[in-house]
Design a protein around this ligand. Structure first.
Ligand SMILES: NC(=O)c1ccc[n+]([C@@H]2O[C@H](COP(=O)([O-])OP(=O)(O)OC[C@H]3O[C@@H](n4cnc5c(N)ncnc54)[C@H](OP(=O)(O)O)[C@@H]3O)[C@@H](O)[C@H]2O)c1
Length: 330
């Protein structure tokens, strides 16, 4: 197969290119090359999607294209240049305005209204999601055949977002002590997908020219199970202290990511559906997920090999202060 990866220099698109090369495919990565290195065995075509016309830069003879773009204009010009290929567009679950309903999937969740202009996706999840809706439509309308994948939280080696990485980093930090602040309640829903499992599914789907629209999510689990599996994967010996969300809110702790946050914690019930999508449909379509323990172990190995990688969330001092304040309260 001759595969075009629009990207390839970081995280998911890089993992896709790497997996396709491993299987012996002819892989072209088209990007600027400024986000990182391209995998060995790929051919790099320099493309700045804001400045260059893909039709002039790419030869057009591809069996499949994988695109991770967020800006509609970038997708529009690429689809116009390569309408005959099988397209796999990587979207996001942020296309759904409903973050509350567990068990969501493409068949039962409405979409945001599309934003067809290029805005700054960092404006917020609604703008990002609405631009992705427009990108999806450009692909499904313009490509000969297509598959749309809407991932949830993607984690694993090479994740530079610093969200999930907080957990392997914290749980492996022996100097920080045995007691770990765990946010919310053990039964709270959590859902992640390992970047390598998503990449494998994307390459399988390119080979098989799979069509349709799917969420790209791992099995729905609980925060208690995720932390237990992470501890197991890291062979750590720790005590979790569950601190209810009301206390975290009161202490001005932020959810999800960033400074003074507890990553992967989302307020309930507002976000009861965001990390609880239906995982059976992607599994029925071939997605296979490795264990949470393996993801944790390999992510820690990547973090140790890349000590400058950003990890967001509470500092160890903030965590210790919060645990002390919670002890005083109880
Ligand atoms: N991370 C998550 O948890 C999560 C969750 C849901 C969905 N998603 C989606 O999953 C995908 C992740 O993709 P990713 O990991 O490969 O990272 P990404 O940051 O989405 O994509 C980066 C790729 O796009 C290329 N690129 C950026 N600007 C470009 C330009 N002007 N011209 C040409 N290429 C350009 C980059 O190459 P150069 O910079 O080298 O040019 C890089 O290879 C995205 O579609 C994202 O929306 C992510």
């Amino acid at each position: 197969m001759k595969l075009l990866v629009l990207g390839g220099s970081v995280f998911l698109s890089r993992a896709v290119a790497e997996e396709a090369v491993r299987r012996g495919h002819d892989v072209v990565c088209a990007c600027r090359g400024s986000s990182g290195s391209l995998p060995d065995g790929t051919r790099h075509v320099v493309l700045d999607r804001d400045a260059d016309d893909p039709a002039a830069v790419l030869d057009g003879d591809f069996d499949a294209v994988v695109d991770v773009a967020r800006h509609p204009s970038r997708v529009r010009s690429a689809v116009a240049a390569l309408p005959d290929a099988h397209w796999i567009f990587v979207s996001t679950i942020n296309v759904y305005p409903d973050n509350t309903t567990p068990g969501g999937h493409p068949g039962n969740l409405a979409l945001l209204d599309p934003i067809e202009t290029d805005e700054d996706p960092a404006t917020g999840p609604d703008v990002y999601g609405a631009m992705k809706v427009a990108c999806e439509q450009i692909v499904t309308d313009g490509a000969a055949t297509s598959m749309v994948i809407r991932p949830g939280l993607i984690v694993g080696p090479d994740d530079r977002s610093g969200r999930y990485t907080y957990w392997p980093a914290r749980l492996a930090d022996k100097a920080a002590g045995r007691e770990v602040l765990a946010p919310g309640a053990p039964e709270d829903p959590v859902q992640i997908i390992d970047v390598r499992d998503l990449a494998t599914w994307i390459v399988d789907s390119a080979e098989q020219r799979r069509t349709g629209i799917f969420d790209g999510v791992g099995p729905a689990t609980t925060r208690g199970a995720l932390l237990a599996e992470t501890i197991k994967g890291l062979e750590a010996d720790l005590d979790l202290t569950w601190v209810p969300q009301e206390f975290l809110v009161e202490q001005k702790v932020e959810p999800w990511s960033g400074p003074r946050s507890v990553p992967l914690w989302l307020p309930l019930p507002e976000y009861a559906g965001m990390l609880a999508h239906d995982a059976d449909l992607p599994i029925a379509a071939g997605l296979r997920n490795r264990s949470l323990a393996e993801t944790a172990r390999d992510t820690l190995a990547w973090l140790r090999a890349n000590p400058d990688a950003e990890v967001t969330g509470l500092t160890r001092d903030e965590e210790a202060e919060l645990l002390a304040a919670w002890r005083e309260r109880t």
